[in-house]
Write a protein that binds this ligand. Structure first.
Ligand SMILES: NC(=O)c1ccc[n+]([C@@H]2O[C@H](COP(=O)([O-])OP(=O)(O)OC[C@H]3O[C@@H](n4cnc5c(N)ncnc54)[C@H](OP(=O)(O)O)[C@@H]3O)[C@@H](O)[C@H]2O)c1
Length: 301
């Protein structure tokens, strides 16, 4: 197997969500190896601590555990407050955490769980962390946001009237494709509207990667993935490679792009639709609206 190129992120800080297993663990490993102080945002403190121990033992950049459930708006807010007080800057933010629930589940705030973990939590976290991204960009020239996003967003539609599947039958693949499309729409919108210059935002499909994400899939799909279909899958380390390139490659100046692994890909036509991006943004704002919550105040394009 190809070895990952060696990157240099000495003196930089990176945050990876869902860093305790799968592709996220390998992204974090690559960042730690590159010398970055690496914050592992993990839903479960125990599993996160195990990953932190494993990565720390390998040497490289400092590893810091940040326990946070991205499906919980209050937890995301509290995590952002702690990060704003503890960190001077965030150079690299990787939105990797994701779920694939087979049945419709709602969070305590009434948000469909795929959408909550894949879209709403990362969106809110990004906006709360803007001061840290900007300060890293001011100090070191640029910061980067990398959004994991499946190629199957091409099959997705954003049903803005029913993002949570209240009025249509829930189906895991449809919920996933919708969330993946929302990720690409937001990555392009951030690049265009909020971070036009010094913060580069790109979305990337890591390829089909054999991870525990399949553990909730129907048994036939699980068996096939581990037998006849096995050659079609990448390892988690191979899945992390194109993500790490977008995080670390000093010669990469692209922003607002969607990559299928290392190849630029046009992505879904809808991901260029400014009006759709604005409507999605409004829907997200409405989901976090609360009288005690500071308005996000970032809407500008
Ligand atoms: N695998 C693929 O073929 C593929 C293809 C295209 C795109 N992707 C995208 O790549 C990303 C990683 O995929 P993967 O296959 O590595 O997934 P995975 O093995 O299932 O890992 C998902 C990670 O997300 C974390 N997570 C789940 N819910 C969370 C929450 N509420 N708060 C914080 N963290 C949470 C999990 O933590 P726990 O251990 O606590 O559950 C785990 O660390 C996903 O966003 C996925 O959509 C994957």
């Amino acid at each position: 197997m190809d070895r990952l190129p060696l990157y240099d992120l000495d003196g930089r800080t990176a945050l990876v969500t869902g860093a305790n297993r799968g592709i996220g663990l390998e992204i974090a490993r690559g960042l730690v190896r590159a010398g970055a102080r690496t914050l592992l945002l993990c839903r479960d403190a125990g599993r996160g601590a195990e990953a932190a121990r494993e990565l720390s033992a390998e040497g490289g950049g400092e590893v810091v555990l940040v326990p946070c459930d991205l499906s919980d708006i209050a937890a995301v807010e509290a995590t952002a407050v702690a990060l704003l007080s503890d960190e001077d800057g965030i150079d690299v933010l990787v939105h990797n955490a994701g779920v694939y629930p087979q049945d419709r589940e709602l969070t305590d705030q009434g948000v469909e769980r795929t959408f909550a973990v894949d879209v709403l939590g990362p969106w809110l976290l990004t906006h709360r962390l803007v001061p840290l991204l900007r300060s890293a960009a001011e100090l070191r020239g640029h910061a980067r946001i990398v959004q994991l996003a499946g190629i199957y967003h091409l099959r997705g539609t954003l049903d803005l009237d029913d993002l949570h599947f209240a009025d249509r039958a829930y189906d895991a693949a449809t919920a996933n494709a919708q969330a993946q499309l929302a990720r690409v729409v937001l990555a392009r919108a951030w690049a265009r509207g909020l971070f036009p210059d010094d913060i580069r935002v790109n979305a990337v499909h890591p390829g089909p990667v054999l991870t525990d994400a399949l553990q909730d899939a129907p048994w036939l799909a699980r068996v096939a993935a581990h037998t006849v279909a096995r050659p079609a899958f990448h390892s988690p380390e191979q899945g992390a490679a194109p993500v790490l390139r977008l995080c670390c490659d000093a010669d990469l100046h692209v922003t607002g792009a969607f990559y299928r692994r290392d190849e630029l890909h046009a992505g879904h036509e809808a991901s260029y639709d400014l009006q759709l991006a604005e409507q999605l943004w409004e829907a997200l704002e409405a989901m976090v609206e609360h009288p005690d919550r500071q308005p996000l105040g970032m809407h500008s394009w």
